[in-house]
Design a protein around this ligand. Structure first.
Ligand code: HEM
Ligand code: HEM
Length: 246
């Protein structure tokens, strides 16, 4: 844009135009919302069942009707989560068949190098922070950890739900194994989300892109410098003093 084209305010001072970058599609944001809602309900209705010998759980599940309703709600939220997971996988398969599946979320050796460089930066062994593409190593780790974690929850959950159907094809030992996996993975996944995921999206910096769908130019330059350069052809000028790992 030439100087003549620059918008001016009444005092003729140049107005700085901040570009905004699309990060997540509406569909992706809906998928994430379904994850938040279903996961929270599943956790809140699963935990009283896991700790059924505690006082608070016995107060909550004090009548057969309450147990019945908590389980009904758990099963309904499970169907919502399963629908979200099936949509996600189905959509990926369709995109793959059309050769349009983006490889942005797949781990590469560069992620190992980035993680190593970030560790060195945090230990004051280098002043240079790694520059990231669309997703950094931590975001890829989040995705794949929850991909497999939720996979375990869905498979083991359906085994617990329909044990007599499953044991027509598989040995009976699969039911206690599924119980153990379901019960423990629920706690692991919840701790991971609260400690790791919430830390990265709330505390390290307030990242609202999963709700607005967008990232500002400054966020792109700071946290996704390689992606910024790929999209604009401009230098990102990463400011070392301001950045974060995400
Ligand atoms: C498609 C996904 C899921 C299905 C089909 C499912 C199904 C089940 C079933 C059948 C039970 C046995 C009690 C009952 O009949 O209600 C159960 C228990 C439980 N679920 Fe799920 N569930 C799913 C996802 C989750 C998730 C995401 C969490 C937590 C984040 C969770 C946490 C629990 C816990 C803690 C228990 C109690 C286990 C115990 O007694 O130790 N579930 N679930
Ligand atoms: C209140 C709760 C939550 C908030 C505020 C939140 C926020 C966010 C934000 C802002 C991002 C985008 C990060 C980026 O720029 O890439 C994100 C990504 C993601 N979220 Fe959540 N999230 C929440 C709960 C959950 C839950 C419950 C799950 C799964 C069970 C989940 C799974 C993911 C995954 C797989 C990604 C993509 C990987 C990444 O970008 O880190 N989130 N979340």
């Amino acid at each position: 844009m030439s100087a003549a084209d620059q918008p001016v305010n009444q005092n003729s001072a140049p107005v700085r135009i901040e570009r905004v970058f699309q990060r997540f599609t509406l569909g992706q944001r809906w998928e994430h919302l379904i994850l938040i809602v279903s996961f929270t309900i599943l956790f809140l209705t699963g935990i009283p069942q896991k700790y059924r010998f505690t006082e608070w759980s016995q107060w909550l599940l004090s009548t057969p009707q309450r147990v019945y309703w908590v389980r009904q709600i758990h099963h309904t939220a499970a169907l919502l989560l399963t629908a979200g997971v099936l949509y996600h996988l189905g959509n990926a398969l369709v995109l793959m068949a059309r050769r349009r599946l983006s490889s942005d979320m797949f781990p590469t050796f560069q992620d190992v190098r980035d993680a190593w460089q970030m560790l060195r930066y945090l230990l004051f062994l280098t002043r240079e922070k790694p520059a990231f593409g669309k997703y950094n190593f931590e975001q890829k780790f989040t995705y794949w950890f929850l991909f497999f974690g939720l996979g375990i929850m869905v498979v083991s959950g359906f085994i617990l739900w329909f044990p007599e159907v499953v044991t027509r094809f598989l040995p009976g030992g699969v039911v206690p194994a599924a119980f153990l996996a379901h019960s423990n993975e629920a706690v692991i996944a919840a701790i991971f989300i609260v400690v790791w995921h919430f830390f990265h999206v709330h505390f390290q910096r307030l990242n609202l892109s999963m709700f607005t769908g967008k990232l500002s130019e400054e966020e792109m330059r700071l946290y996704h410098a390689n992606e910024f350069e790929r999209l604009t052809g401009e230098k990102a000028d990463l400011d070392e003093t301001k950045g974060g790992s995400q």
